[in-house]
Design a protein around this ligand. Structure first.
Ligand code: NAP
Length: 308
């Protein structure tokens, strides 16, 4: 007979770690299932400056380890495995991972999102050899080199600014004539002499021999193409929510985020959604943590009502 958990939390980013901490502290038998390591995207951020309580910036991996330690301290169990399928139709839900099946009365989905790819020739071949999705992880490898950042959002501009600490020049390539990043970030980037801008421009392909040697850019208006030699390409074109394992069990919005109602609840009794995987206006560590606490509270309330 398998153990039946009160709560299974899927994903150990800040939302999942907080959900597990709150659930375990509420004395619910809690399992946290994570395919890689704790922290999710937070663990790819070297300096988190806007998480309350840390006036000195904190490293994302360290914050994740502290959250995990706290959740485990209250009794949450962590399992490292990949969720393959889920079954929500019965009171005891089923989560199939690659090597086992977990049963739980309530489930909190907190599987986050992964970086979107450019899908151009050379991108996959040179990933790790000059193509990166994480400036804070790989930026230091580009001391005195020429790099490019692709994208026009907060991540692209923030990463371009970060890369100026190492690189000799940073070209920000955006497919529109205007960045969508917040004005404070844009102002910093515009006044940084190391950052150059290529608007209305897309990457057609990434070339090289054993590592990246350059890119071919195309002007979206004139269609003109030009080669630009460089050492690194940082792709910052948004996120894709991690929902493959859900099948068609929950409604997704046009971008693939899980649609919830009443904040973190879904149409399935006992199934809740927290963090970046959820349709919401603002994705931050602080909002993920808030979601995790809300989802654990909702699960606790659901379990209390279900037992009555
Ligand atoms: P985002 O806001 O979705 O921006 C993605 C950018 O990539 C957009 O400029 C988009 O162009 C471009 N893009 C998408 N697909 C592309 C493609 N195939 N080829 C070329 N360009 C493409 O993503 P994000 O910057 O990662 O931000 C995600 C969320 O995190 C946002 O809510 C953001 O505010 C938040 N964030 C906050 C902070 C902070 O507060 N410090 C830092 C980072 C991120 P279009 O403009 O044409 O759509």
């Amino acid at each position: 007979m398998r153990d039946i958990y009160d709560v299974a939390v899927l994903g150990a980013g800040p939302a999942g770690l907080t959900a597990a901490l709150y659930a375990a502290r509420a004395n619910l038998k809690t399992v946290l299932i994570e395919q890689l390591g704790p922290g999710g995207q937070m663990a790819t951020t070297a300096t988190i400056e806007n998480y309350p309580g840390f006036a000195e910036p904190i490293d994302g991996v360290e914050l994740a380890m502290r959250m995990l330690q706290q959740a485990e301290g209250f009794g949450a169990e962590i399992v490292y495995d990949q969720v393959e399928t889920v079954e929500f139709s019965r009171a005891i839900k089923e989560i199939k991972v690659s090597s086992a099946i977990y049963n739980a009365r309530a489930v909190i989905i907190a599987t986050g999102a992964s970086p979107r790819k450019l899908a151009v020739p050379g991108e996959a071949r040179f990933t790790g050899q000059g193509v990166s999705y994480c400036a804070t992880c790989d930026g230091a490898l580009y001391a005195n080199k020429q790099v490019m950042v692709v994208g026009g959002g907060d991540t692209a501009v923030e990463d371009a600014l970060f890369l100026t600490r190492f690189a000799s020049s940073v070209t920000l390539v955006h497919r529109r004539d205007k960045l969508r990043a917040v004005s404070a970030l844009v102002a910093c980037a515009v006044s940084n002499p190391k950052i150059h801008f290529a608007y209305n421009t897309v990457v057609k392909n990434i070339y090289g021999d054993k590592k990246v040697e350059g890119v071919v850019l195309a002007d979206v208006i004139t269609k003109e193409e030009r080669a630009m030699p460089l050492d690194g390409v940082f792709v910052c074109v948004g996120q894709i929510p991690n929902t493959n394992y859900l099948g068609a069990k929950l409604p997704l919005d046009e971008y693939g985020y899980v649609v919830t109602h009443e904040e973190v609840a879904t149409a399935w009794p006992g199934v809740f959604v927290a963090g970046d995987v959820r349709q919401k206006p603002f994705r931050q560590v602080a909002t993920a943590v808030g979601d995790g606490a809300l989802a654990a509270h909702a699960a606790d309330k659901y379990l209390g009502e279900a037992m009555r």
